[in-house]
Structures are given as structure tokens and as C-alpha cells.
Design a protein around this ligand. Structure first.
Ligand code: FAD
Ligand code: DHB
Length: 392
């Protein structure tokens, strides 16, 4: 079956769904095709920290009602090292900006509901997705859905299909440059049915490795432990996780970590990855399809949203006046933010993780950096303005 739309969007993660809704608000039609089933994408536990700019955008788009009711606004965070906590006053240091804790799967659910409410096409469980003729004026997305083959002709294709998607690979060899950095760590993340032991996030540097205390609601805690990249969740029974968390978060003054049933447990590897440029022909890559950051800066989701905001504006300008200047500028404009965020995420990661085999000199440098951030207003502000998100 042959069909036609203006913008074909591959992937219904935050990037694809935000793009689809922004285009709808500008009167531009799109079709979103997604490999997984709806239930799966709505339950996939991932990021939880929304920058001020992401919250503002979702609100302006009219999909922020539940976010406003259930999101938890945080005006500070704690850096903990050497058995002591140090507060970074995010809002005071950034003219009142803040972060909001709201699970990525809730953002995705809210956007899917909005898409369905307007009756716009969003297809789950598509198979065998292939993009083609990307260097022509009528690129295509071929896929199988409900047992039938379809071909969707578009003006543009948005590759929002994450790191393991197919769109990036459809660009001919030699066009894209891939820049990568591997980190010798991974995170073991848990979700536990227990009230958080803290009001604000705690990023903890400890001799045994990094730990992070985050949350999802007044009843649900989200915690992470630095582990080896080749570690296996099978080697982390619940008791071992709690024991390790107690050890890493311990303070000189005594601090209590609440324990509760662990309802989700997974290990995520850490890497930095960027493709340049983020566009070829009529294919525009956005979000994890174009770049991955290590999670320490809590940026992956926010960066995906920042990309598609630029893309939606550029497409709207093209449809309104035929002007392609913003489309030509898309990659360069996004990459400026990508590299700032890439640096921030690398810096947070380096400052907070234990590097196996690091010598005493390197350990002292790490401590000096942490002390500077916690004692100098300039140092703290650098962290704060990046963490809440630098406006365009
Ligand atoms: P995705 O959310 O990956 O969405 C891509 C979508 O495309 C998916 O729904 C996928 O099923 C679909 N897709 C893939 N291939 C195809 C295909 N061939 N055809 C059609 N559809 C396809 N960031 C943080 O800031 N903090 C965290 O704690 C954190 N934890 C993470 C944990 C994990 C396990 C992972 C993988 C990522 C995590 N991230 C985290 C990163 C953050 O979740 C991502 O940056 C964010 O999801 C990017 O959104 P996206 O829409 O670009 O990609
Ligand atoms: C969360 C994830 C992060 O990567 C981070 O830096 C802070 C919080 C979270 O899942 O809540």
C-alpha cells in the first residue's frame, strides 16, 4: 500500500513524539512508525530529570497538565564526598531555573495520549522498517504493519529511532563522521517502593565508586550504583545492592537510607557518541539516533527534545515560505548544544566516578575539582547552569 505524508517520523521515543506534536501544532502532517508495542514504550524506565526548557516546552505544547500535577520541582542537589554533603543551590545560582523529576515513560505516555486525542497516525509494532531515496525530494519509509507492506512517501524523514535504529545506517558510507568515547563504567539502576531518603538528588563520590539517589515520587526511589561494564545483574541480589548503597552514601554525621522492595533492576553501559553532520539529504537525525551522552548529567532526554524543537521550527519555516536556511543550519545548530552537553556529561562523569587504577595524583585532582565546585560560587554556578539547561 502506498501512502503519503509531509514528515515521516521513525521512532516513538521522546524525540519522535515531541516532533510529531510540534508539527501538528504548526499544521504539518506526520506519520510516526514505532517498532515496539505501546505498552512497552509506556513502561520503559529510563531518565527522570527534565530541564527547565523541556518543562516549559511541554507546557507550551499543551501536554504539561500531568507534569504540572505530578512532577517534583527541585531547586538544588547535593554532592556528597569524603563523608559530607554539599548543597548546590541550582535555582539561586541560575536566576530561578529548576529541574523537574518526572519519569521519561510518563512523558512518553502523555505524548501518546495527546497524539491519539487528535487522531493522528502513530503506528506501533511495525516491522522491517527501511528508509530510502533520502537524497531525493520524495524520500520513503517502507515497513510492514498488520501483515501488510506499506510504503510511505514523505517530504522529509526524521530519524528519531534511538541509538540502535535503522535510519543512521541508511546514510551512505563516508558521509557521516562518528565520534565515540567509551567509559570504563556502567550503572546499575534500581526502582524501589520506598519513600526517598532525601528531598533532593544526591550525587555521591566514594572510594568504592559513584552512587546516585534520585526519586520518582514521594513513594518511589530511584537509585544507581557505578559497576563494571561487564558486570551482570544476576550478581546483584537485593541485599548486596542495599549494602553497597549504605556504604557509599554513609556520612560522618550518620545518615539513614530507607530500604524497600526493588521492583526494577538493570545495568546500563556508558558511552559518548556523536555523528556529524546530523543530516543527509532529506533525512534529519534527532536524539539518541545522532548522539549518546553518559547519564551523569541527566541530559539524554533533554538533548533529544532540544533537537526536535530546532527541527520543528526549521520544517515550519520551509512549509510556510519555502525558506530552507534553517534546515541547512539544523545540524550545526544542534551540534553546538550537543558538544556543550557532551562536555558537561563527561565532566560530571569524570568528577564523580572511581577510575580503576587511577593513581594518587589523579585522585587528588578529582577531590580538588569537587572541593572547588562546592566552595566557589563560580564553580557551583558552572555546574548549576549546565544542569538546569542552558537556554538557546
Ligand atoms: P529513544 O527513547 O531510544 O526512542 C527511540 C524509539 O525508536 C524507541 O521507541 C524504539 O523502540 C524505536 N525504534 C528503534 N528502532 C526502530 C526502527 N527500526 N523502526 C521504528 N522504531 C524504532 N538518560 C538520562 O538522562 N538519564 C537516565 O537515567 C537514562 N537512563 C537510560 C537508560 C537506558 C537503558 C537507556 C537506553 C537510555 C537512558 N537514558 C537516560 C537516555 C535517554 O533515555 C535517551 O537519551 C532518550 O530516550 C532519547 O530519546 P530518543 O527519542 O532520541 O530515543
Ligand atoms: C536520574 C538519572 C540520571 O542520569 C541522573 O543524572 C539523575 C537522575 C533519574 O533516573 O532519576
Amino acid at each position: 500500500m502506498s501512502e503519503r505524508t509531509q514528515v515521516g517520523i521513525v521512532g516513538a521515543g521522546p524525540a519522535g513524539l515531541v516532533l510529531a506534536h510540534l508539527l501538528h501544532l504548526r499544521g504539518i502532517e506526520s506519520v510516526v512508525v514505532e517498532l515496539r508495542e505501546r505498552d512497552y514504550v509506556e513502561k520503559r524506565v529510563r531518565a527522570g530529570v527534565l530541564e527547565q526548557g523541556t518543562v516549559d516546552l511541554l507546557t507550551e505544547m499543551g501536554v504539561g497538565d500531568r507534569l504540572a500535577r505530578e512532577g517534583l520541582v527541585h531547586e538544588g542537589l547535593e554532592l556528597r564526598f569524603g563523608g559530607r554533603g554539599h548543597r548546590i543551590a541550582l535555582s539561586e545560582l541560575t536566576g530561578g531555573r529548576a529541574i523537574t523529576i518526572y519519569g521519561q515513560q510518563h512523558v512518553v505516555r502523555d505524548l501518546i495520549e495527546a497524539r491519539q486525542a487528535i487522531g493522528a497516525p502513530l503506528l506501533f509494532e511495525v516491522e522491517d522498517v527501511r528508509v530510502g531515496e533520502l537524497d531525493s525530494e520524495r524520500p520513503s519509509i517502507a515497513y510492514r504493519h498488520g501483515g501488510e507492506r506499506h510504503e510511505l512517501r514523505c517530504d522529509f524523514v526524521a530519524g528519531c529511532d534511538g541509538f540502535h535504529g535503522v535510519t543512521r545506517g541508511a546514510v551512505p558510507d563516508g558521509v557521516l563522521t562518528q565520534l565515540e568515547h567509551e567509559y570504563p563504567f556502567a550503572w546499575l539502576g534500581i526502582l524501589a517502593e520506598v519513600p526517598p531518603s532525601t528531598d533532593e538528588l544526591i550525587y555521591c563520590n566514594h572510594d568504592r565508586g559513584f552512587a546516585l539517589h534520585s526519586l520518582r515520587s514521594p513513594e518511589l526511589s530511584r537509585l544507581y550504583l557505578q559497576v563494571d561494564p561487564d558486570d551482570d545483574v544476576e550478581r546483584w541480589p537485593d541485599e548486596r545492592i542495599w549494602e553497597e548503597l549504605h556504604t557509599r552514601f554513609a556520612t560522618d554525621g550518620g545518615w539513614t537510607l530507607n530500604e524497600g522492595p526493588i521492583v526494577e533492576k538493570a545495568i546500563t553501559p556508558m558511552r559518548s557518541f556523536v555523528v556529524e553532520p546530523m543530516q543527509w539529504g532529506r533525512l534529519y537525525l534527532a536524539g539518541d539516533a545522532a548522539h549518546i551522552v553518559p547519564p551523569t548529567g541527566a541530559k539524554g532526554l533533554n538533548l533529544a527534545v532540544a533537537d526536535v524543537r530546532v527541527l520543528a521550527d526549521a520544517l515550519a519555516a520551509w512549509y510556510e515560505s519555502g525558506d530552507d536556511a534553517q534546515l541547512r543550519d539544523y545540524s550545526q545548530r544542534c551540534l553546538r548544544r550537543v558538544w556543550r552537553v557532551q562536555h558537561f556529561s563527561w565532566w560530571m562523569t569524570s568528577m564523580l566516578h572511581r577510575v580503576a587504577g587511577a593513581d594518587s595524583f589523579e585522585q587528588r585532582l578529582q577531590r580538588a575539582q569537587l572541593e572547588y565546585v562546592c566552595s566557589s560560587e563560580a564553580g557551583a554556578r558552572t555546574l548549576a547552569e549546565n544542569y538546569v539547561g542552558i537556554p538557546d
